[in-house]
Design a binder for this molecule. Sequence first.
Ligand code: SF4
Length: 608
Amino acid sequence: MNNYCVSRFNCVKTPVRAVKVGDVEIGGGEIVVQSMTNTKTCDVEASVRQCIQLAEAGCRIVRLTAQNLEAARALGDISKKFRAAGFSTPLVADIHFLPETAMEAVEHVEKIRINPGNFTDRQRTDKPGGYSDSEYAAGLERAREKFAPLVRRCKELGRAIRIGTNHGSLSDRIIRRYGDTPEGMVAAAFEFAKMCLDEGFRNFLFSFKSSNTRVMTQAYRLAASKMAAELGGNYPLHLGVTEAGFGIDARIKSSMGIGGLLFDGLGDTIRVSLTEDPVEEIPVAISLARLAEKVRAQKPAAQKPEGIDFYSYSRRECRTVDLGGLRIGAKAVPAAASFGASGCADFCVENGEASLKGGGKIEIRKYGAGDSEKLLADAAKVAAVAAQVRTEDLAGLAVALERAGNVVLIAPPPTGGRHSVGEARMFAATLRELGIGAPIWLKFDKSLSAAPDAGEMALLGEASIYIGSLMADGIGDVASAEISGDPQKDAEYCLAILQGARTRRSKAEYIACPSCGRTLYDIQDAFAKIQAATRHLKDVTIGVMGCIVNGPGEMADADFGYVGGAPGKINLYKNKVCVERNIPQEESIERLVALIKKEGRWTDAPSD
Ligand code: SF4
C-alpha cells in the first residue's frame, strides 16, 4: 500500500509542522504561492519594483538571488524600500556556492534557500572511483562547519531555511553514492535537515525539483515516505518543476508535476517556474492552489491495493489491441484521440465513433454490469469498442471484457468521494484485482473537472494533472482532452500533455531556466527564437540556461545546451561538454543550428 500520502484516491492533506516565514505560515492549511525576481539584485530600484508587482499579483513570498556579497548586501536596501512601500511580503535569498553570502543575506531577509548540492561540496567531477566512508564523512563535516553558523543565526533571528535539492545539481559526493537519482536528492536534503535538528532548529522546509516531471514526482513521494521516520516529523514541502520553459508546454509540465502532488495531499507552498515575466507565474500558481484546496477532503476515501511501485516508473500491463496500423496498449506509445476533426490525433471521434486510418471503426458505448452479451455483440461488429463502464460495474462485465479482446475501457468520472485521478486509480486497481487486461483511455472532459467553469487555461491545468499523474504511475493507453471546443487545439494540448508526462514525443523538448539576477542575456527573446528554429526536431532536447554557474548542471539530460557565458555572450554545449564559447548573442541561434546539423541531429521542418 501507499506510504507517502494519506490517500491516493482523494485529497487528504498530510499534516506537517508549520514553518513561519515572516508573517506567512507555510504548512498551516493555505497553499502559499511564491515566485522569484529576475532583476539584477544589485539594481535595487528594479528589484523593489518587481517585488511590488509580484506582491500585487498575489505572490505571498518573493525570492531574489544573492550571487555574491554585493547582492546579499543589496537585499538590505531592497527590504527597507519594499517595507517602506507598505509591503510585508517575506523575502528569500537564493544561495548557491557561497556560504558567506548566506551569512550576509540572513541579516536582511526572512528566509534563506540553500542547495545542498553546492553549498560547500564539489559539483560532479570526472574523478575515478567513489568516496570511502571516511572521505564521505569528511565532506559532510565540511558542510556542517559552514552550515551550522547559518542555522544558529537563523534561529537567533527567527528566519526560515529551505533545503532545496535539484536533480542535476547534486554534489559529487552524493552522486557517487546514490547516483543522480530521487534517492540522492532526498539523502542530500536530509543530511542538511539533520544538521538543523542537531542545532535544535526546526523552522525549515524542503524542495526536490527537476525539469523531469517523473523524477520530481518520485523524489517528493520518496521524501514524504521517509520524513517522519528519519526526521521525527513531517516538514512542509515547496513544490516546483524547474526549467519548465515557456508558454503552454511549461504550464502543462508545471500543472502535472505540482498539481499531481497537491492532489495527493502533499505540498504547502508552490512556485511555477516560467521563462517569462515572473508576474505571469502567479495566476497559474493561484489556479493550481485553489483547485487543490477545492478537492481537499477531511478523511480518506475507500482504499485498494494498486500493485504500483510509487518510486520508479513502469507501465501498467495490459493487452495491446492492434487496429490495422494503430496499436493501443502497453506495447505502444499512448494514442491521442480528438473529438471532432484534427490533423494530429491518431483517431478522431465524431457522433460516438471513429473511422480508423487502416479501416474499421471504434465505437464509444456505455455498458452496465448486466450488459455482457450486448458488449460481446458490439465487439464482434467493429474493430474496437471504447466502453464507458462505472468502476462498480466492472465485476459484472469481467468475463465478457476478457473474451472480447478488442475493448478499450474509458476511465469513468469521479464517484464515492474520490477525485478524478483517484477514480481512475481505483478503476485500474479494480481491473488488476479482477484480472482484466484491457487498455485504458484517459478521456478528460468537463464531467471530470472539479472546476468546470474556471476557463480554458485552468481546464488545461486540470487535464494535465489528470493525464500526467496517471501516466506517471504507468496508467493510460489512450488520452484525449476536451477543453477548448476546437478539436485541433485539443489534440495539440493532448500531445503536449503526453510529452510533458514523458510518454510520447511529438516535438523538440526544452529545458529552460526561468531566469534570475544571474542571467547574462535576454533569455525570453532567445528562447522564442530557438523554439521557432528547432521546434520540429522531435528527438532533440535543448537546454536554454541563463548562466554558467547553475545552467550546465541543471540542463539534466539535454542533447544541446545554450548557456549564458558572459554578459551578452553564449556558450554552446553538446550534452554537458562546452564546445563553443563566448558567441555574440546575435550569431548564437545560427551557430546552435549549425552545431545540431554537424552532430547529425537536424532534419528540415516539414513544409505546410
Ligand atoms: S540557470 Fe537561470 S535561474 Fe538558475 S541561476 Fe542561472 S540564470 Fe538563474
